[in-house]
Design a protein around this ligand. Structure first.
Ligand code: PEP
Ligand code: MG
Length: 729
């Protein structure tokens, strides 16, 4: 690799505008590639032209294409146009050698880098290097492109202020939870909103009766929201507003306010000063539980203010809004779903896959974008967001709003069609198509679609959304509902997979430097046998006379598997002693840790089934944090080591006649399904939103062709060759 990452860092350091940024990119090419000319063009969709952005050439360079430095060229013109059309690197040999490298965002071409060399031809390594850099820069270039071009059209300086000038701005983020959304923005920045309350000047003196009325109204609203959670999400019916409500019932809190009012202080000011006092005490506490209450208290005070002074003074309601936030806790998402937020835009930081998974379960469209300036806007901005493609439009035109309404109508009408009863390849081979669920609404939806069964139930989600560990009884009730809903269809219960980014707010005994390599998953369960036993007992009890499947996540050694299995046998015996007749479940493990590759034969002898969690398998195989946006180009499912690892697992399972499923995100990704079928995978488990597409892709795949493809892919040793073979750019 020619480019160092420190150089990529340097690109962003102290660059004030798009031009200096692009010029630095060009400098990098000069430094590493012995070129004599370099130009960058970005595609402007509205004019359908490639717009010249930056260029540099050595003295004496005479290449026609570069010398002309045309500011605009048609999208299908010349070598650049050829690269835009094919999405591939194109070469030409005129007086000099030129190479046009498309800049891609996913499958979409957003621009072209044109390089010129006077003598030596470009070879494959050069092409790979430029393409690598182009992909590293694609995200930022895309935002720069839309941002820059819109401001160029309006004559406004690029910068966040243009957001507030009704300028239509298109941004490309990463799709996190599908679905379209349209609404005014609502910035969720509790610290900022609360400090704004401190600056409020009250236009009049309020009465104690008005404050009491606002407090009563707030209480009624919170109770309503709480009821909404219980009704719609019975498995996660955590008391998310408990601390708010308890605070309102706290006599000393209320008395302190009334005492201050009786000394002549304006009621809102009295409320604020008492709250400040509590916030100070909570913030200074060593107890993390108390510390955490600061946010709840700030949220509560803002809600009371909104009721006292009117919404405009302190908007707190996310209903129908596009919520913009830097980071969100699972309970925030639950709260936003309860308040019926239209969509979520997560800007920088705090991005976790599980927040996306939760948003998917709660059906809130979400896009993640590295664009913190969106947080700075002071007034609500109309935003259209597409959780499917990751596109965002700020200040949309009427045309875009109309398109949005059309997409919404179409999404609604296709959402409910049931799947075909049997999923099979084009050549008639039956493939098991199961679903991944996190919360009860996911299962309801999958059952409405006629899914074959549940390949992965992430049991930790009800744990994540609560304020304390659910008891065995509470878990039993949730699991019973799941089993009842699934009817006769198979269910795979994955035991608690907490740790990593799935932190239980009520279990913070210690902090970890490397949570993904820490007390995660099965390690947590084995370290907390009482909690693990409660969960196993709850599942066995809820299953009654049915044989469910029980799966342990993140197994890395035979010892872990054996200890976990032993816990199941013991729990079964315990229940028998209590007079119940539990059925021993089928017991399986997730393959997520590469250490298992070396002991696959032993593993297969001691499990009833295996399931590959590709999300973690890739993360651990490549040592790349699956949630780090900045490393997303390193997180490559089609890395040859990953694909060969998958093949080893499939081979071992077929040899030992062990049922194998793939339940990570790869299972629904169009580019990988033929490969998975080709190496002998016979079951795929995907979230309900992907069931239709996955069934369709399977039905278009012929097994003999899939096998040939898989063999070819497995013969390559570089990512580049595999990308070409699988058609990934
Ligand atoms: C996986 O790792 O692929 C998986 C399915 O588990 P999770 O995404 O919940 O970690
Ligand atoms: Mg996993």
């Amino acid at each position: 690799m020619l480019f160092e990452f420190s150089e990529l860092d340097w690109l962003f350091h102290d660059t004030e505008d798009i031009e200096s940024f692009l010029n630095r990119i060009i400098d990098l090419f000069y430094k590493h590639m012995r070129i004599s000319g370099c130009s960058i063009y970005l595609l402007d969709e509205s004019s359908d032209q490639l717009v010249f952005m930056a260029s540099e050439q050595t003295a004496g360079s005479s290449n026609e294409t570069i010398d002309r430095q045309e500011r605009h060229i048609k999208r299908d013109e010349g070598l650049c146009g050829k690269a835009v059309k094919s999405g591939k690197i194109e070469f030409a040999s005129l007086k000099r050698v030129t190479m046009a490298v498309p800049i891609m965002r996913g499958q979409i071409v957003i621009g072209v880098i044109l390089l010129e060399r006077s003598r030596k031809p470009f070879h494959r390594l050069d092409a790979g290097t430029v393409r690598f850099l182009a992909s590293q820069l694609a995200n930022i270039l895309d935002n720069a492109r839309t941002y820059f071009m819109d401001s160029a059209k309006t004559g406004l300086e690029p910068g966040y202020n243009s957001l507030e000038f009704n300028t239509q701005i298109m941004l490309q983020g990463n799709a996190a939870s599908p679905g379209p959304a349209y609404g005014d923005s609502f910035t969720l920045d509790r610290k900022r909103s609360f400090s704004e309350l401190r600056r409020l000047r009250f236009d009049r003196v309020y009465t104690l009766a008005e404050l009491t009325e606002a407090i009563d109204k707030t209480e009624a609203q919170l109770l309503d929201l709480q009821k909404g959670v219980e009704k719609n999400l019975s498995d996660s019916a955590s008391l998310i507003f408990t601390s708010h409500l308890m605070m309102l019932k706290d006599k000393s809190f209320i008395n302190e306010i009334t005492n201050r009012i009786s000394t002549g202080i304006n009621p809102p000011a009295a409320l604020l000063s008492v709250a400040e006092n509590y916030i100070k005490i909570f913030s200074e506490s060593d107890n993390p539980f108390v510390h955490e209450k600061v946010e709840d208290l700030e949220d509560l005070i803002q809600r009371i203010f909104a009721n006292l002074l009117g919404e405009d003074s302190a908007p707190v309601n996310a209903a129908g809004r596009i919520v913009i936030a830097k980071s969100l806790y699972p309970s925030d998402i639950l709260m936003l779903a309860t308040e019926k937020a239209a969509g979520i835009l997560l800007v920088a930081g705090g991005v976790t896959a599980h927040i996306s998974i939760l948003a998917q379960s709660l059906k809130i469209p979400m896009v993640i974008i590295d664009f913190p300036d969106l947080m700075k806007t002071d007034k609500p901005l109309p935003i259209v967001l597409d959780g499917e493609s990751g596109r965002i439009c700020v200040n949309p035109s009427q045309e875009i709003i109309n398109d949005f309404s059309e997409i919404t109508k179409q999404t609604r009408s296709t959402e409910k069609e049931p799947l075909s009863d049997v999923t099979q390849t084009k050549c008639g081979k039956k493939i098991g198509l199961l679903t991944n669920i996190n919360l009860i609404p996911d299962l309801q939806e999958a059952m409405n679609l006629n899914a074959e069964g549940v390949g992965l139930y992430r049991t930790e989600f009800p744990f994540l959304l609560r304020n304390s560990f659910p008891t065995e009884e509470e878990q039993y009730v949730i699991y019973q509902q799941i089993i009842e809903l699934a009817g006769e269809k198979p269910i795979t219960f994955r035991t608690l997979d907490v740790g990593g980014d799935k932190i239980l707010s009520y279990y913070r005994d210690y902090t970890e430097e490397n949570p993904f390599l820490g007390l995660r998953s099965i390690r947590f369960s084995l370290k907390n046998p009482a909690i693990f036993r409660q969960q196993i007992r709850a599942i066995l009890r809820a299953a009654g006379g049915r044989r469910v499947k029980l799966m342990f996540p993140m197994i890395s050694t035979m010892e872990e598997l054996r200890t976990a299995k032993e816990m199941v046998y013991q729990s079964k015996e315990e229940l028998e002693k209590e007079g119940l007749s539990p059925v021993l479940p089928e017991i399986g493990a997730m393959v997520e840790i590469p250490s298992l590759l070396a002991i696959l034969d032993h593993l297969c002898e001691e499990v009833d089934f295996l399931s590959i969690g590709t999300n973690d398998f890739i993360q651990y195989m490549l040592a790349v944090d699956r949630n780090n946006e900045k490393l997303k180009d390193h997180y490559t499912p089609h890395n040859p080591s990953v694909l060969r690892g998958l093949k080893m697992i499939a081979e071992a399972c077929n040899a030992h006649n062990v049922e194998l499923t793939v339940c990570g995100e790869m299972a629904h990704q169009r580019e990988y399904i033929p490969f998975l079928l080709g190496i002998g995978i016979q079951n795929l488990s995907v979230s309900s939103g992907f069931l239709h597409d996955t069934q369709q892709i399977i039905s278009k795949t012929r097994l003999d062709e899939a096998k040939t493809l898989a063999d070819e892919v497995l013969s390559y040793s570089s990512i580049f060759e595999i990308e070409r073979c699988l058609g990934i750019m």
